[in-house]
Structure formats: C-alpha cells, structure tokens
Design a protein around this ligand. Sequence first.
Ligand code: NDP
Length: 434
Amino acid sequence: EKRDGDQPEFLQAVREVFSSLEPVVERHPEYEANGVLERLVEPERAVKFRVAWTDDQGHVQVNRGYRIQFNSAIGPYKGGLRFHPTVTESVIKFLGFEQILKNSLTGLPMGGAKGGSDFDPKGRSDAEVMRFCQAFMTELQRHIGQFTDVPAGDINVGSREIGYLFGQYKRMRDEYSGVLTGKDLTFGGSLARTEATGYGLCYYTQEALQTLRKDSFQGKTVVISGSGNVAIFAIEKAQQLGAKVVTASDSNGYVYDPNGIDLDVVKDIKLGHRGRIREYADCVDSAEYHEGCKGVWTVPCDIALPSATQNEIDEESAKTLVANGCTVVCEGSNMPSTPEAIQVYQDNKVLYGPAKAANAGGVAVSGLEMSQNSLRLQWTFDEVDQRLKDIMTGIFQKSYQASKEYGHEGDLMLGANVAGFTKVADAMVAQGIL
Ligand code: NDP
C-alpha cells in the first residue's frame, strides 16, 4: 500500500484477491516461506514509453505507452492493449494483476500482462490510428515476441488496430509469427475470437445457473451495458440461449428496448460506422434513449451482464438492481463492480460471477489462436467454440470446487481467486526465488 498508494484501481484489485487468500496461505506455509504474495504484486517488468506521432494537420502529438509484464510463472506474458484517455499506470496494473489469475483459470499456459496508451482514437481518421499504432509498436516490439509476450486487444483495440500493430512488428523484426492475437482471419487469426468473450460470458453464466439453481437463460430479461466487442456478442449468445436482452449502452447513454434489442441494428451502428448508441432509438420505434450510462442499472431485469468498463456498478446501482429483482450478476468487463457493490450482491445472495472467471473466454481463445499459429493450422468455428465452451464450464467448476474446498460453497469470487492463484503459486515456488 505504501509503495503504490497513488494507484487506486490496482490496490482495489489486490485487496479483493488477498481477501480470499488467507485460508489458502494458512494451508500452504510454503507460499509464505517463498514470499509468493509479495512477489505476486510486484510486476516482473514494467515499461513506460513515449509515443510521438503526427496528426492529419501535421501537428506532433505525444502519448504515453505502457507494457506491464506481471508474471511469467506458467507461460509467456499474455494480456490485452487498451487505448483510452483514462489509461494510467494504475489501470494497466490492475488489469495485468487480474490477468495472472484469469489466464491461470483457463488451464492454458499463459502468464499475465497488460498494456496500452492514453491515446483516444475517437474522432481520429484511419490514417491517424495507423500512424499511432506504428509509433506505439516501434517501441513495444523490443519487449515482446511469440515466446516472451503476446499482446491482444482490449478497449478500442480491435482488428483494425491489431492489423496495424502486426504489420509494423513484421516490418521491423522481419518475422512472421504469432506475436499478437486477435488478428484477422487472413493473417493467422482464429475463428470465434471476436465472439469469444461475450459467448464465453454466457457459457459461464449458463453453467452457473444450471449447477447452482437448476435454471437457465430461457425466458429471462437481461440488462447488458456497453456496445463494444464484449457486449455485442454477449447479447447475441444470450438471445440464442432464449433470453430477452433489453439494453445496450456506451459512454454517453443507454437504450432501453422492451421488445428486446435488435442486434443487427446495434452491429450496423457500432461495427458498420463506429456510431453512437443513441442512433438505435432513431432506427427502432419501441426503443427509448437516455443520456448517462449509469441509468442502465435502473432497468428491471433478472440477469445483469456488465460489459463496458471498470467500476461501472457502484453500491447505489447494485442496490437498485437487487430492488428491481435482479438475482444474477456475471461480469463481462474487468472489475465493473466496486467493492461496495460486491458486498450488496453477497448480502442479497445474488449469483455473482467475477470478471476473472466469467470473461476469461477472450484470452482463452487467444491462447487457442497461439496454438493454431504454432501448428500452422486453422481450426473450424465449431471446433474453437466447443473448446471455448469446455474451458468456460471448466472455469466455473474449478471455482465452485475451490469454494467448497475452502468452506465457502458458492462463493465464486473466492473460488476463482483461489483456483487461479494456487497453480501460479505452485509454479513460483517450484521455480525458486526470482
Ligand atoms: P470496446 O472498445 O469494444 O467497447 C467498450 C464499450 O464500453 C463501448 O461501448 C464503450 O463506449 C464503453 N465504455 C468504454 N469506456 C467507458 C467508460 N469509461 N464509461 C462508460 N462506458 C465505457 O471494448 P471491449 O468490449 O473489448 O471491452 C469491454 C470490457 O471488457 C473492458 O473492461 C475490457 O477490459 C473487458 N474485456 C474485453 C475482452 C475482449 O476480448 N475484448 C476480454 C476480457 C475482458 P464508447 O464507445 O462510448 O467508448
């Protein structure tokens, strides 16, 4: 706390994890003897760098870039890149820290990392985004590689950005390798990667509903926030599983459609021309648009799947959700619930699926993309989707088992923290003090 006192998001993430680990460390004195917890919270390496580029008017712009390589005990560093004006060292560190346990839960050999920049792509031309990506990769390339660190996308880093980043890496290193995931299908991408986080979130939620409540998505009303990569494919899968999804949002506001969101319209707005969600209400008569993204949590629902950004559900929003009948919250975005919101879920027996478990589908299929790149093969959509399903049900079951083993049956947050942690901790002990 003393060392990182100016990093609130990072401390929030660490506190949440450490609150679950006390009984584990008690049962495993070797973790304490080997300083596992102290080492876990200190990144193995953190780079911070200048990204200078020229805008369309010929003005020089300067942004700050980051890559934080947190832990490589169980595999090469792996985690996304985020381009957003709210990016700080604290945000990248909280995401990198969470990534260690998330990657471990997938069962695939991937360490934890995260990176990004405070660059804001909103309103920038394609040419500006390309020049920014090239400048960013010019520095990043010396820190990454297919066997050391394999970045992916995150907020505002989709297939366009990954393409520019990959092109610059290839040019500078004269090497065609799987150094990034989330690539287009024409140059080494995996089928089902785009869908993976949203679909995976629904597979996880479905498994939790089935095991804990003998229930399913069928006939449920669902509130989803965001309208980006995660939200769009969470809407799609929830609808396929028989739910009615009634909202979508962005950082300006949300739409409520009592007839159920027409996903083709959302895709057309967001994927077709990078538009704003308010346009949905112009296209669909039954829909209402409301300014302010927080209002989305006032819409009554059975299940909430937050899929926009961190700390989007505070105590007040959590209480409103519960008062309106919501009994399930599974997280598509990273750390969307404040600690006070989580307390509200726990006090009200909400089925709570924490991000590091519920949204691990994206990185899981990224791991499968790495496997396909190494094999020089491409699996079919159905093959990847089936593996994703198996991984997500496996993550739920591992978390549930761990919650039982440590006397907190059904506490999926504790279960995910414990199950993710023990694999990494055992590897750290086995590899000596590093
Ligand atoms: P996108 O950039 O595709 O979409 C982000 C969405 O969230 C947009 O609708 C955006 O609205 C909204 N949003 C972003 N910042 C804010 C904010 N400060 N307040 C309110 N709304 C905001 O990103 P993704 O869908 O990929 O990521 C969403 C979340 O899921 C993030 O937390 C990310 O870390 C997490 N995640 C993503 C994975 C992936 O595979 N993509 C994997 C695992 C987790 P606007 O357009 O107005 O900015």
